[in-house]
Design a protein around this ligand. Structure first.
Ligand code: PLP
Length: 392
């Protein structure tokens, strides 16, 4: 189907932060499959984990015990607030599971009227019908019918407006601690804590969508960990979890998931042995202190360098935002044109809402590669400025 606006560019192989075309042309990859290849391309540990599992067992069905699932679930629950995990094949399925878990929680507690899911303006939670209804961007819903009953959208970071929307039918709030597709907008630590308090006071469940911002991208294993005392009841994870192998997860406290009993949910492929083998290897790598330290160091470098670009090219760069290595550059010139100008420099970056481009490099990027990315961005800024001048 014609649903993608694809760039006329194909790659044959990847290594670390580099992608190579069939002609051997090298590109510096600062979008990493939109925050998926967090460990770069062809990471030896992930390749080995997949090869080893491929020779043993691909699939058996959730009718049976799957030891790899238990191992990855134990790893994730040891590292987080969660007690239980449901594995999916994608991010949007993790969101589906989160929404069902929240509604079923209230139903099991004798409050079946509590079905409302409150999302936020500019948010993105995936493409299933439930996820586009929970997302705060009308364009994802266009043509797919009116917003369904039970889904509300609150303004971004406005606690009073949120309170006004909440009531006896509220089941849960769903929020990205750092908005990805919406343009790398980060929620403050105090705002996250205020959401936690509001949920505690009202009995609503707090769902974090950390599909893009989670798994070390912000310099903490999960973005909400920057705000002490703001742990969620339910959290969606995907993307970096498989480093390129399709896998997602919905994590929850035992209390939040108390309604999820045998028969309430399921998936043929979710938690498949291949995905679990790669997922376990990926989480082990992503949780390493030296990787988190690298993210923080590079984030500081990028903020400093990109602020310099903003000063030198005020007609092109309007704002620098985001957290860690989820960086948004808001532009005065067209963001899609800018992505092409970056590609002309052999640099790959992502687009984003609010006329942003995003840098989402592998978390294994080196300082030398970060320097190279900044040089290429400067060349793209120069080209964007010259083009804007010529058009004026
Ligand atoms: N939630 C967030 C925050 C995302 O960034 C994405 C994908 O970009 C999704 C959900 C959907 O994930 P998937 O495309 O794996 O279904």
């Amino acid at each position: 189907m014609g649903v993608y606006q694809r760039a006329p560019l194909a790659f044959e192989r990847g290594e670390g932060a580099r992608l190579f075309t069939a002609d051997g042309e090298a590109y510096l990859d600062c979008l990493a499959g939109i925050a998926v290849n967090a460990l770069g391309h062809a990471h030896p540990k992930l390749v080995q984990a997949l090869k080893d599992q491929a020779e043993k067992l691909w699939h058996v069905s959730n009718i049976f015990t799957i030891p790899g699932q238990e191992a990855l679930a134990r790893k994730l629950t040891d590292l987080t607030f969660a007690d239980v995990v449901f594995f999916t094949n994608s991010g949007t399925e993790a969101v589906e599971c989160a929404i069902k878990t929240a509604r079923k929680h209230h139903w099991a507690k004798g409050a079946p009227e509590r079905i409302d899911i409150i999302g936020f303006e500019g948010s993105f939670h995936g493409r299933t019908i439930a996820a586009v209804n929970a997302s705060g961007n009308e364009s994802y819903l266009e043509g797919f019918g009116p917003r369904l009953p039970g889904y509300l959208v609150a303004p971004f970071d406005d606690i009073d407006a949120l309170k006004a929307l909440m009531g006896p039918t509220t089941a849960a709030i769903i929020i990205e601690p750092v908005q990805g597709e919406g343009g790398a907008r980060s929620l403050s630590e105090s705002s996250l804590r205020a959401l936690r308090r509001l949920c505690d006071e009202t009995g609503a469940l707090l769902i974090y969508d950390e599909i893009q911002c989670g798994l070390s991208r912000t310099g903490r294993l999960f973005a909400h960990e920057w705000a002490e005392g703001a742990a969620p009841d339910i959290m969606c994870v995907a993307k970096a979890l498989g480093g390129g192998f399709p896998v997602g997860a919905c994590l929850a406290t035992a209390e939040a998931a108390s309604g999820m009993t045998p028969g309430s949910h399921g998936s043929t492929y979710g938690g498949n042995p291949m995905a679990m083998a790669v997922g376990l290897a990926a989480v082990e790598e992503l949780a390493k202190p030296e990787l988190l330290a690298n993210v923080r160091e590079l984030a500081g470098y990028f903020v400093q360098q990109l602020s310099g670009l903003q000063q030198r090219y005020p007609d092109v760069v309007v704002d620098i935002r985001g957290k860690g290595l989820l960086i948004g550059i808001k532009l005065a010139t067209n963001n899609r044109d800018f992505m092409q100008l970056a590609r002309d420099q052999k640099l790959l970056i992502a687009g984003g809402g609010d006329n942003c481009v995003r840098l989402l490099p592998p978390l294994t990027l080196t300082l030398d590669e970060a320097r190279e990315a900044v040089e290429k961005l400067e060349a793209a800024c120069r080209a964007a400025r010259d083009r804007a001048k010529a058009a004026a």
